[in-house]
Design a protein around this ligand. Structure first.
Ligand code: SAM
Length: 284
């Protein structure tokens, strides 16, 4: 076993290391969660003329889709804390001739010089606030009264085998402390009671949830088991923990992950593993 790395999975520095990791694997990350984004966009059903804020927009794929839906009479503004992702999103919008716009700021405290928005959207960009009530309260000041918010957040890891099984393999090689429930991070809102408490305290009402369940392509559609493992190790926090454990441990874990993906999950579409997310809406 390598040395325990108790801090290894804590905190996600999106304006720095994590933003750079997301950018380096942008196509793979976006390909993996594209079906969930499509489900959330379908549920949100944007109409021409609406003004929509895309919270934690990352590389801006969903912001561009929203811009196309709301048209030139509407507005799609992507807000993200990671400068490298906002730069990539702006380049993408320019290349596509999209009207989507992007602002780099911390959504928890930002004050935008913008008219209020009709809607707020976020595909996995709302779970990272250290003080979520304050952040969602700040976001509400950017919205018209009654504005609808649509959020995709991950359900519990036990329903996300892409995370559970990878962690299971990695834990055979290094010690990883159990996650702290409700801590900022991808699974902060796995418990919907907690999310409803936050939204209620922040002044939102009428939370309504649909479950999304399906298989997602680890490392994006068409990834081989080796591609998928490279993606996992270069982009997920477990990869950093393994880096710290040394070459031998990392190589052994890598081989076991390739074996897991090859034996149990590869099919014609890629490395397909079960995922579950909550598609949440509420009113400001
Ligand atoms: C999992 S990624 C999702 C990116 C994008 N929504 C997508 O689906 O492709 C989470 C995003 O939230 C952003 N983020 C995290 N904390 C933030 C904050 N306090 N303010 C604004 N953006 C934040 C990150 O920089 C990152 O781009």
């Amino acid at each position: 076993m390598g040395a325990p790395a108790p801090e290894a999975l804590k905190g996600e520095d999106w304006a720095g290391e994590m933003g750079a990791r997301w950018l380096a694997s942008l196509d793979r990350f976006e390909g993996m969660i594209a079906p969930i984004g499509a489900g959330l966009l379908e549920r949100a059903a944007y109409r021409p003329g609406e003004r929509v804020l895309d919270l934690g927009c990352g590389g801006g794929a969903t912001t561009l889709a929203i811009a196309a839906a709301v048209g030139s009479d509407g507005a799609a503004l992507g807000l993200d804390i990671a400068p490298m992702l906002i730069e990539a999103a702006r380049q993408r919008a320019a290349a596509a001739g999209s009207t989507a716009r992007f602002i780099c700021a911390d959504a928890a405290t930002a004050q935008l010089d913008e008219p209020p928005f009709d809607r707020l959207f976020s595909r996995f960009g709302s779970m990272f606030f250290p003080e979520p009530v304050a952040a969602f309260t700040n976001l509400r000041t950017m919205l018209k009264p009654g504005a609808r918010i649509d959020l995709a957040v991950w359900a519990h890891p036990r329903d996300n085998l892409w995370m559970m099984e990878v962690m299971g393999v990695v834990r055979q090689h290094i010690e990883i402390p159990p996650a702290t429930p409700r801590a900022p991070g991808p699974f902060a809102f796995e418990d919907l009671t907690y999310l409803e408490e936050i939204l209620t305290e922040a002044g939102y009402a009428g939370m309504d949830v649909a479950a999304y369940e399906g298989r997602q392509a680890v490392g994006g559609p068409g990834a081989t088991p080796q591609d998928a493992v490279d993606f996992v190790l270069s982009s997920m926090a477990v990869g950093r923990a393994l880096d710290e454990a040394g070459d031998e441990t990392r190589a052994a874990a890598r081989a076991d992950l390739v074996d897991l993906f090859t034996r149990r999950h590869v099919d014609g579409e890629g490395v397909m593993m079960q995922a579950k997310a909550w598609l949440v809406c509420a009113q400001a």
